[in-house]
Design a protein around this ligand. Structure first.
Ligand code: B12
Length: 454
């Protein structure tokens, strides 16, 4: 009997390397792939192996293929725009394609969700699956294993010369989060000493989607249906991770962890009730704090008591016009200051991000952003601040405006790999503007470094 008949089908999932800033501290667990793997395993459709390019050198890829390709029914590759991830993805796809037994190369992820057609036209891409992979991937694997047509697979697009296959729409509803198949990764390798959270911190994603309308953000065009793990189920996962891997902190990378402020308060209550002593950090929108006040929820006291050490918040601008007309942040400068002061008063370190170089933003408006940063920096504990340059991301409303103002966008999949978020992308952003943005970025970096370090 052949290996293929005796062993179960396999899905290879790949998270190609992201080239982030050299001194940026992270060990990112590829939640996109865990989210895809979960239904494949839960529904007993296939076995899964993961290649994380942020953890393994790409030189191990050919050997990984030798080991697994004979059983593989597809190779799923995740890509986001920029950070060279697309380039690493295409290099790995090219190596796989050289093998005679190469199964379909299936691309998904944030970049595919905004530029599906351009991605699907690339000769190294057999299929793209647009939208949440937890719906499309099991359907694709099922179609492959049972000889069903690709046109039955939600979110599928395949373009090969003149032949186009399209599946039905993949609804932007996610769900099915949490209780991930941790055994697919060496979780211990992702635990790190995070000076702003705890010595053994792990990252985590507990929700998908966002309800706000920031005009530069990709979430606006994708994942509009917010879905989140319930507080109790989330604590179950954290207890489990603590027992297995002895973590002491968790850093949430949800688009906005606090969309449901009642869930946040409930999380703190259950965490205290069950004696889960983890420190934690999360992302928050200023409107969440304002909404909690309106609902008379003691949000900040509750999270402070529950071990929340750091809140990451996009304030974006110090100019009321830019906030209202360009970003549509639904807050004013005064709100931003008020919320930041409230966060500091509860002993939580704020980490505030700003963007300069929006289309038609005036120099005076940029000055207002820097003066807000000065004001915020006097708070205690002193917040982290970070100034980004506006980078037009495909699929966002401000992308169209940027094109109209003379920004020229990459026109190929390869070129999107080098879209560098940390450098000027628009003709109206000068070298001085870039240098000044960098000089106003103040983070707590090295493990063990005191707040206040550069
Ligand atoms: C963690 C993270 C990072 C980490 C990445 C670490 C790493 N090693 O890769 C770091 C901090 C390095 C990073 C960097 C950047 N990031 Co980032 N990041 C995220 C974040 C917060 C979480 C990603 C995540 O795991 N989500 C949870 C999973 C479950 O969702 P998902 O990845 O979208 O996957 C779902 C679908 O996309 C799809 N899917 C994904 N992969 C695949 C694969 C297949 C085969 C299929 C079928 C489906 C599929 O199914 C999944 C389940 O529903 C997201 C925002 C967010 N909360 O999603 C931004 C996000 C991905 N980042 C983004 C951006 C823009 C960047 C930066 C360019 C700039 C920045 N924000 O700092 C840089 C890129 C680096 C560079 N030098 O240019 C954008 C991407 C937009 C785009 N068009 O690609 C996002 C969406 C933020 C945003 N709202 O704008 N990022």
């Amino acid at each position: 009997m052949t290996g293929l008949l005796t062993s179960r089908p396999l899905v290879i999932l790949v998270y190609p390397q992201v080239e982030h800033e050299k001194d940026y501290l992270y060990h990112w667990m590829p939640f996109s792939l865990l989210t895809l793997a979960k239904p494949l395993l839960d529904d007993d459709l296939a076995e899964v192996v993961i290649f994380d390019g942020n953890q393994r050198p790409v030189s191990q890829w050919p050997g990984f293929l030798d080991e697994h390709l004979d059983r593989a029914c597809c190779i799923g590759i995740s890509i986001m725009t920029g950070g060279a991830q697309i380039r690493h993805a295409l290099d790995m796809a090219a190596v796989a394609r050289e093998r005679s037994s190469c199964p379909p190369l299936v691309f998904g992820g944030p970049h595919v969700n905004v530029l599906a057609e351009q991605t699907a036209r690339h000769p190294l891409v057999d299929v793209v699956l647009e939208g949440p992979g937890q719906t499309s991937m099991p359907a694709f694997v099922d179609a492959e294993l049972h000889g069903r047509g690709w046109d039955s697979v939600p979110g599928l697009l395949s373009i090969d010369g003149n032949r186009t296959i399209r599946g039905p729409v993949n609804p932007p509803r996610t769900g099915n989060l949490g209780a991930y198949p941790w055994h697919l990764l060496t979780v211990a390798d992702y635990i790190r000493d995070d000076p702003t959270v705890a010595p053994r911190t792990l990252n985590f994603v507990s929700s998908q989607g966002c309800v706000y309308k920031c005009q530069f953000c990709y979430e606006l065009t994708y994942q509009r249906k917010y879905s989140a793990m319930e507080a109790g189920a989330l604590i179950d996962d954290l207890e489990d991770l603590t027992a297995r891997f002895d973590i002491s902190g968790v850093k949430f990378y949800d688009a906005d962890w606090f969309v449901n402020v009642r869930r946040a308060v409930e999380f703190c209550r259950i965490k205290a009730e069950r004696g889960v002593g983890l420190s934690w950090a999360a992302s928050i929108n200023p409107n969440d704090v304002l909404r909690a006040r309106k609902q008379k929820l003691d949000l900040l006291p509750a999270i402070s008591e529950s071990g929340c050490r750091r809140l990451l918040m996009g304030i974006e601008s110090g100019s009321d016009r830019v906030l209202a007309e360009v970003v549509r942040k639904d807050i004013t400068r005064a709100h931003a200051l008020d919320v930041a002061a409230d966060i500091a008063a509860h002993g939580i370190m704020g980490a505030y991000t700003f963007i300069v170089g929006f289309p038609d933003e005036t120099l005076d408006e940029i000055e207002e952003t820097y003066s807000l940063i000065e004001q915020i920096s006097t708070l205690e504990p002193r917040p982290e601040t970070r100034v980004h340059l506006f980078g037009p991301f495909p699929g966002t409303p401000l992308f169209e405006q940027a094109l109209a103002r003379g920004f020229s966008a990459p026109t190929t999949l390869e070129a999107w790999a080098d879209f560098d978020y940390y450098d000027s992308q628009t003709p109206w952003t000068s070298a001085e503007m870039v240098a000044r943005a960098r000089s106003h970025t103040r983070l707590v970096k090295a493990p063990g470094a005191a707040a206040g370090a550069a």
